[in-house]
Design a binder for this molecule. Sequence first.
Ligand code: PEP
Length: 254
Amino acid sequence: MEKERKLLIAGNWKMNKTVAEALDLVQGLRRELAAIKEVDIVVCPPFTVLCEVSKAILDSNLRLGAQNMSENSSGAYTGEVAAGMLKEFSVRYVILGHSERRQYQKEADALIAKKALTALASSLKPIVCVGETLAEREGGNTEKVVGMQVKGSLAGISKEQMGEVVIAYEPVWAIGTGKTATTEQAQAVHAFIRKTVASLYDDATARRVRILYGGSVKPGNTRELMSQPDVDGALVGGAALEIRSFSDIVKNSI
Ligand code: PEP
């Protein structure tokens, strides 16, 4: 079935890759993926290699994303990186509210919403992550938790701005664990997220928003996940670190 939304496959490299390793990876991805026009392909390296990766993907179909940014535009915020600084390297996307940041840096929905508004004000597209833990799923609270995260993390974002926002559903129990949500589980939560966006905005906005799935996406499970009507792409962790696995995920998504 033809999707009305263009697929987006983003690789979250997390805290991995030296400059030399990053260049090897993106040069390989450029080669492997040069012919792909049907998918928006995004690589999200750590801050330390953004500059080099940005130069290496010039004039290619690869786009650049960051893994986090400050909610503030400049000033005395030691260790933080501002949206304007990312723009200098032609960064187009920024992952916000990844479950690892929610867990280790205690990022909450209100902060994520502030960051998303700052990103949008700088013409960066936020990839807003939501997802339940295993205990929350087993307690029957998936929709309650994900619904609250969606509402809280999008607070203050206008209907027009929603055109630039991407949502990533990443069940925490499936991240880096080798456990993938079944296609039915993924589709059910994606449909719920779209319904939540419709209730916050309207049907047209909900139909337009891209909702990515993340959690142990591999070349072997990509096709089935992407065949679901409300799955519009993937946020890939571990499998984004190798040329072969990431390029196969992109190719298998079509
Ligand atoms: C992630 O951290 O965004 C992720 C989905 O990781 P993995 O693909 O390794 O589960």
